[in-house]
Design a protein. Structure first.
Length: 145
C-alpha cells in the first residue's frame, strides 16, 4: 500500500509545479473512451430541438455541471486521500469483487436477476438548472476513478 503521508509531503514540497502536473494528469485522464463517446451524445440530448441561444445556455450549464463535479471529486480525493485509502482497503475488495462478478454475469446475459421497475421515465431537462444537475450526475457516472 502506498504511503499517503509521504506522497502528501512530496506534493507540498513541490509546490506550484506539482499542482500543474496534477492538473495536466487530470486533463489527460478526462480523455477516456467512455467520456469521449458519451459526452457529445449527452450534449446533443440536452440541446436537441432548442433555438441557438437556448441550446448554448443548456449546453453551457451541462458542461459547467461536469466541470464542477470533477473539481468536487478531485477535492474529495485530494483532501480525503488517507480516508479513501482506509475505506478502500483490502476488506472492501471482498465486497466489491463478488458484486462486480455478478454484475458482469448480468451484463453478459448469463445471469438474470429480476429487478423492480419504478414506473417512471426520465425526460429531457426543461430548464437550465436541469441541464446543470444532469451534468453533475453524468460526471459522477463516467468518473474514471
Amino acid at each position: 500500500m502506498m504511503d499517503v503521508e509521504a506522497l502528501r509531503q512530496a506534493v507540498e514540497s513541490a509546490g506550484l509545479a506539482a499542482a500543474g502536473v496534477a492538473f495536466l494528469a487530470g486533463l489527460l485522464f478526462s480523455f477516456n473512451p467512455l467520456a469521449l463517446a458519451s459526452i457529445p451524445v449527452s450534449l446533443a440530448y440536452v440541446t436537441k430541438g432548442r433555438d441557438k441561444g437556448q441550446a448554448l445556455l443548456f449546453g453551457a450549464m451541462f458542461i459547467f455541471g461536469l466541470i464542477l463535479a470533477h473539481v468536487g471529486l478531485g477535492l474529495i480525493a485530494g483532501l480525503g486521500g488517507k480516508w479513501a485509502a482506509q475505506v478502500t482497503g483490502r476488506a472492501w475488495g471482498f465486497f466489491l469483487g463478488p458484486l462486480l462478478i455478478v454484475l458482469g454475469l448480468m451484463w453478459a446475459g448469463w445471469l438474470r436477476i429480476p429487478l423492480p421497475s419504478f414506473g417512471f421515465r426520465a425526460s429531457r431537462p426543461t430548464a437550465a438548472g436541469g441541464a446543470f444537475v444532469l451534468g453533475l450526475l453524468f460526471a459522477v457516472a463516467i468518473c474514471p476513478f
